[in-house]
Write a protein that binds this ligand. Sequence first.
Ligand code: NOJ
Length: 550
Amino acid sequence: MVYQVYPRSFADGNGDGVGDLAGVRSRLPYLVRLGVDALWFTPWYASPLRDGGYDVADYRAVHPLFGTLAEAEELIAEAARLGLRTIVDVVPNHVSRDHRWFREAVAAGPGGRARARFHFRPGLGPDGEHPPNDWQSEFGGPAWTRLADPDGTPEEWYLHLFSPDQPDLDWSHPDVRAEHEDVLRFWFDRGVAGVRVDSATLLVKDPELAPVSAGTDPHPYHDREEVHAIYRSWRALADSREEPRMLVGEMWLDDPDRLARYLRPDELHTAFNLAYLGAPWDAAALRSCVDATCRAHAAVGAPPTWVLGNHDTTRVATRYGRADTSFDFTTTARGVPADLVLGTRRARAAALLTLALPGSVYLYQGEELGLPEVEDLPPDRRHDPMRLGTDGDGPGRDGCRVPLPWSGAAPPYGFCEDGVEPWLPQPGDWARLSVSAQDGVAGSTLELYRAALRLRRAFRPPRGAEQPAPHWLPAPPDVLAFRHGGLECRANLGPRPVELGADRQVLLASAPVEDGVLPPDTSVWLRAADGPAVASSPTDTPGAGGRSDA
Ligand code: NOJ
């Protein structure tokens, strides 16, 4: 299981109200005890943090808010000693406006060679006052911004598929390829086990910049064929190491077969299953997603992955408590009522369902505590450039990035020292969700995750004998029932209780199960009736010397 660390919000080690590498290091024992195999860190590099660090100014430097390069090296080494592998984020589609290359490009002026690493174009219209085409930024508004001379005279436009602070690189330029390969080498040399590839489908653009409205196939910048060559060269680099490194891609693709093309044996190893993340809490929808995922991944020999949330999406306990339990960026909105009791119950059931599936799981920090989305952040405390659908006043993604509660009765809940203001305010009612409030408490979400991760290690098929798909068992329409290794999982996603069979040994349940009845929105793990021979008891030291899959 890979645990996603959002460093800014994990733990503050130096008393400034911002999470940092020292904070993560001090909490490694917590992650080992949870049962984590690997850590994925969202960007920790030098950056103006206009998009939470996805606006990288220098890949070879750590942001001083988070620490130093030496601290990153020590953290990677210490995590490895504890049996935790490290994955860092690489953001190849764009850089920060503060990146040396973009500064050089701006200074070079129209036609300057330094501009060829980006997409600069004159505007349309008599005075070039219109953007070069109709491409829209993922964050809203045109994907082009016009530069102005120091004297204010407007000049060329540059492309940014995200915020204007994130100019897109031109991947047809040899420097861009060479630099990224060097960045991979840089972090491989520092001992990282893998790299997460941000916005992996977007790198290659149509040289003619065809308008999106022309409806061309392929799309002018999404999922173009040429992008695969980039990942083939990255894979060769990853494989050339004595200990091969892994590449995981962020691809928002609806079609599982298009996704699987990135996972062919000479490309990326795995991808985040964002279709699973977006699926509603509905047995048929989830089963069809699981089947499509497993089929498409098996066709290219890649392990499936499962993910319920990340730093871009509504916290799962809130999403599952809404009338519409699916996720997509266009429908996320503040003010949609959420029943958090129901949502939490479902999130716990979803955790057992997800952790029982074959393949690896990504867990976003705080999911193991059952944290909800924070929906009432004051507008003047929000940072995220993504403001969805409400003319700049949408909720953005800050609500899932609020600092973790570790202990104590009131903010900052041990995230930083008392009296220090965390960089994003925490709700006043999170004391009951803190790590210390849940630690050792039977039935808490934290203990549910700890138990699930222990059992998962003990009952999964041995490495190399992984099943490519769950073995589905007959079940009523609202129930997902399957076997994987020595575990049988039954998840009741419907509103009515269902019979479980009184004679079955329940290993773990997301809610109390009595008299052989599985209540609504509840999952159980049973010892598989005719499962393969497996380890008989869970290991007590999940982080150390464990399996090398996740
Ligand atoms: C995906 C990242 O997860 C998100 O946080 C970021 O805003 C965009 N890519 C742009 O880098």
